[in-house]
Design a protein around this ligand. Sequence first.
Ligand code: XUL
Length: 509
Amino acid sequence: MLYAGFDCSTQGLSAVVIDVSGTRREVVFRGGLSFDDDLPDFGTHHGVLPSHVPGVVHAPPLMWAAALERMLGRLTAAVDGSRIRAISGSAQQHGSVYCGASPHVLTRATSPVWMDSSTIRECGEIESALGGAAAVARLTGSRAFPRFTGPQIRKFARDAPEGYARTSCIHLVSSYLASLLIEDQAPIDHADGSGMNLMDLRTRAWAPEALEATAPGLAARLPPLVPSAAVIGQLSPRWQSRFALPAAKIVAWSGDNPSSLIGTGLVVEGRIGISLGTSDTIFGPMPEPRVSTDGTGHVFASPTGDFMGITVFLNGSLARERVRDQFGLDWNGFSAALAATEPGNGGAMMLPWFEPEITPSVPRAAVAWHGLDGAPPARHVRALVEAQMMALARHSRWMGVSPVSIHATGGAAANQEILQVMADVFNASVCQFESTDSAALGAALRAWQADTALPWTDVTADFTRPVAGSLIRPVQSHVTMYQSLQPRYSDYERAQRPAEGGPGAEQAH
Ligand code: XUL
């Protein structure tokens, strides 16, 4: 029995097929394609279209559709497609696709994606209409964010009223691709629906007041919401005959972060994930929909039926690379610098806001160093990594989760010295997890779980194992030291943040 999962990310589309026949638990296919390289006719650069308008970042939905078709071709050339029982998928969150009566008809040629930050005005308007940022966060799980779908829809309805009038159905990237597979308008799942500023997080229904505050006639243009484990239809006859596939069940597609939660085994409270990528992200399951009091985190419905919290820090590897290059180091030198310096760094600190930061909200780049004048490069490196870990810990407290174990993913998770600082700051054990295609794997696992209703721990156990030998335990003397350092770090962060304003700005605590 095979289950297939896709992930349509910013820069490419990947797929994973798992074989779970009998006692087998095996990944039998992994594939990925790059939008820029494999579909050059769409003219994207890093998966998005060149734009001259500040803050506007779009991509062509037909490129995602072409990528899905091409990947299905590769997949069926590699595995026996007739054994596929169910298919699900995930996609970059927040992006919106504007369709007519059929998902094959687009009423807007391009889709704003999550990197688009052109809707600051709309965020302000939506927040005012709904009683402020905190009220929007309480209702939808996040205050209004420029990349979230609601503000983007509002902008389209205002800037292109005719296009909006011709639009019958507004999809997320996930539900758009699911629609193509069933050749009908697919529903939006609760998890990806949480990234729109339109869904009532507690009832998991569209929030009428949020729809009202966003655009006229929006209720009629949104597909229904369904649980992430819903079977939404069957693979359409066209796909079946084109690729010799059976009438496989199509399970609701979801967002890449919710799918990655499953694909990295974060299905038990007390486990959290920290992804050290271009940006750093901390995310994990939450039993209750607590919302972020400082306005920077998000709560989404989780594919397991619970909730998940996620906080994004823009200056992740971006900042690590800047500091590495500033001192002419390579990654080995970076690790050696951490190994050669003392936890706490003799009181030296930094704030790594090389680019405007999402968490905490820092609207303009503003790097700060303290106590490091004339200090050797190694202490700068330690100051950076400690600052990043302190920020991850400080700005995830709102999730109310005390992590016992941390699943570290992303390129920088290969660095044991960074993971040691993480373990010491969080007072939790840390393991490195493979995450190259955690969202596509999560989608395949979701397809299996939806088909069988097996417990999540059974579904994830054999597919989400830590990298052998990667376990790092906290050192108690370092833990105590970092606990005493947290208030000083928090004061320093507060003092250094430039005057704020606009969406994403922190509210009073
Ligand atoms: C999450 C977010 C990104 C995209 C990337 O809120 O905007 O992680 O989902 O694909």
